[in-house]
Design a binder for this molecule. Structure first.
Ligand SMILES: [Zn+2]
Length: 128
């Protein structure tokens, strides 16, 4: 993958502006910031709203994993020594841990569809 000569970031080829000379090896963000292209010329640019929407979808999909780890931690610290409730909540946590992969598998198609919906369309320029 190429490297931007301004910000030194490595991106896929579709995240670079098209052109020779000063426009060579410049990512879309640096191209916009330096005024080399307008936002209409770079459809693969991830705007602030688009990246926030994508982050929201990613966070919504992965948040049950973080919640489950936090609850496991709280269980180990708070409920492990408590005699009857430690075992009851252990069973509930084990069920939730076993059910989480199934839940994520069932939601995976919806997640991928939302990510694909929020991925900017990119057409390879002619000659490439
Ligand atoms: Zn750059």
């Amino acid at each position: 993958m190429p490297t931007c000569r301004f910000c030194s970031s490595v991106y896929p080829r579709n995240q670079f502006i098209h052109g020779n000379g000063p426009k060579a090896q410049v990512c879309v963000r640096c191209g916009l910031e330096k005024g080399m292209v307008t936002e209409d010329e770079v459809p693969s640019f991830y705007s602030r709203e688009l990246s926030n929407s994508r982050f929201s979808i990613i966070a919504r999909y992965w948040s049950p994993v973080l919640w489950l780890m936090a609850v496991w931690g709280a269980w180990a610290v708070l409920l492990l020594p408590v005699k009857p409730w430690g075992i009851y909540t252990l069973v509930l946590l084990a069920l939730a841990t076993l059910g989480l992969p199934v839940y994520m598998f069932l939601n995976r198609v919806k997640y991928l569809a939302n990510i694909a919906r929020l991925t900017p369309a990119y057409q390879t320029p002619p000659g490439h």
